[in-house]
Structure formats: structure tokens, C-alpha cells
Design a binder for this molecule. Structure first.
Ligand code: PGA
Length: 257
């Protein structure tokens, strides 16, 4: 089974419309003439989505747009929230859901994340569904239990057909923004386990097809060895995606066998 690698830039709360424009200008010159055999996704803050869409539309660069969150509700009295339908209107294709920062800082539970996944899929957005354990959980021998709960509860009620639109991002919380990357062995082991959870829930075929990104301090220097692991199908990149050259190098180095 060959799965197309998918690299997604998670800019978090960085880059308004002006910086988005500067980034795209350099990134487009980086990828010009390159035959990238992968999917490339950029997730800017909400306020830069429209600008990103205009910039990408001009040149048809094959870069896809993602949001970093969406509401679990359709519309109404939810001050500060953005609906999946509104994102569709801006030509957004993906949405990052369940990121550890949403879980830990904003208290999003597996139930809330499940409701958001359901709403995103109902509106034809492709979720990048994040899961991952804290250092305390890993050291306490709870890795598998935590991942099982996050996957099972997060995907509750999601059909086989809907699962085909989901990308999972395994991001050990202790590796996010810390400069500490999981070793390739640790990452591969967790990815293989997540794939086995999907096989239990949806069958071997679905498990063989689903893409599982790795996230947590991915940079140009480690992307090649991570992407060489059989169960790693791309990356969700925070810090190293803020600079066009380094995001490009993460992708380029990740595509080398
Ligand atoms: P990082 O972030 O690459 O800066 O560790 C990854 C993420 O949070 O998605």
C-alpha cells in the first residue's frame, strides 16, 4: 500500500495577512519547478485564510488550505467561534482538530473533538485529527491506553466513508515545540499502534489506507529519517513551517527515500 505523504504547516497564532503574503512569495519560488510527489497544506490563523486563498488562487500552486479549528455548532450565539460552513466558503479544505494546545489550554475533551470532527465531515472539510500522550502518561506506561481512548472516542460515530477523509496526526505532547523529537523507533512504534487501532475499529483495508502524520519538532534535519518509517505518512509542522525555506526543506528531505 503506497500512501501519498502529506505535509501540513501549522502556523498556530503566527502570521497575519502581510506575513502570509511574504511567506507565500518565497515558498512559491522554492517549489517552482519541483515535482513534489506529496500533498502540501498550510494552516494559517483564521484572519489570513482569505489572503492565502487569494494568493494561491492567482498561481494555482497545488497548495491546500487548512484551518486550525472550527466550531462543533452550525451557527448562532457562539461568540468568537467560526463554523465549518464559513470555512468552506473560504475554500478551506482541511481543519486541524484535537491539537494538544486545544486540549490542554482550551479544555477540549474527546467528546468535543468528536463533535467537531462530525461537524467538519458533515461540511466536507477533511479533518487533521491530532492525538498524542504527555510525557507523564508515556513514563507512566499509559501510552497505549491514552491513544486508544483518544482514537476511539474521537472517532465515535464516524462512518467508514467519512474515515477515508480523515488524516491522523500523532504528536507526542512532550515533543511539540520543545526541540525534542521522538526517536524514529518511538514514532514508528506509536504509528503502528494507531494503525492497529484503526484496523480494530474499521478493518485492515481502512487501516492500510489511512494516513498518519508525525508531529513534534519536525525539522529539515530529521524529516528524512522520520518519513522513511513504514507507518509515517507525512508531518504536521509547527516551528519549522514558519520559515518558507525550512518548510520547503522539511518536505524535500522527507521525500528522499
Ligand atoms: P512543532 O509543533 O513542530 O513546533 O513542534 C508541531 C505542532 O504543534 O503541530
Amino acid at each position: 500500500m503506497t500512501r501519498k505523504l502529506i505535509f501540513a504547516a501549522n502556523w498556530k497564532m503566527n502570521k497575519g495577512p502581510h506575513e502570509t503574503e511574504d511567506f507565500i512569495k518565497s515558498f512559491v519560488s522554492n517549489i517552482k519547478g519541483e515535482d513534489l510527489t506529496c500533498e502540501v497544506v498550510i494552516a494559517p490563523p483564521f484572519v489570513s485564510l482569505s489572503k492565502l486563498n487569494d494568493l494561491l488562487h492567482e498561481g494555482n500552486h497545488g497548495i491546500q488550505i487548512s484551518a486550525q479549528n472550527c466550531s462543533q455548532f452550525d451557527a448562532g450565539a457562539y461568540t468568537g467561534e467560526i463554523s465549518a460552513l464559513m470555512l468552506r466558503e473560504l475554500h478551506v479544505k482541511h481543519v486541524i482538530l484535537g491539537h494538544s494546545e486545544r486540549r490542554s489550554i482550551y479544555g477540549e475533551s474527546d467528546e468535543v473533538i468528536n463533535a467537531k470532527l462530525t461537524k467538519a465531515l458533515e461540511n466536507n472539510l477533511k479533518p487533521i485529527f491530532c492525538i498524542g500522550e504527555t510525557l507523564e502518561e508515556r513514563e507512566g506506561g499509559k501510552l497505549e491506553g491514552v491513544l486508544r481512548t483518544q482514537v476511539t472516542d474521537g472517532l465515535k460515530g464516524i462512518s467508514d466513508r467519512e474515515l477515508a477523509e480523515v488524516v491522523i496526526a500523532y504528536e507526542p505532547v512532550w515533543a511539540i515545540g520543545t526541540g525534542v523529537t521522538a526517536t524514529t523507533e518511538q514514532a514508528q512504534e506509536a504509528h503502528a499502534f494507531v494503525r492497529s487501532l484503526i484496523a480494530d475499529l474499521y478493518g485492515e483495508d481502512a487501516a492500510a489506507k489511512i494516513r498518519i502524520q508525525y508531529g513534534g519538532s519536525v525539522k529539515p534535519g530529521n524529516s528524512g529519517e522520520l518519513m522513511a518509517c513504514p507507518d509515517i505518512d507525512g508531518a504536521l509542522i509547527g516551528g519549522a513551517s514558519l520559515d518558507a525555506q525550512s518548510f520547503f526543506e522539511v518536505i524535500k528531505n522527507g521525500l528522499v527515500d
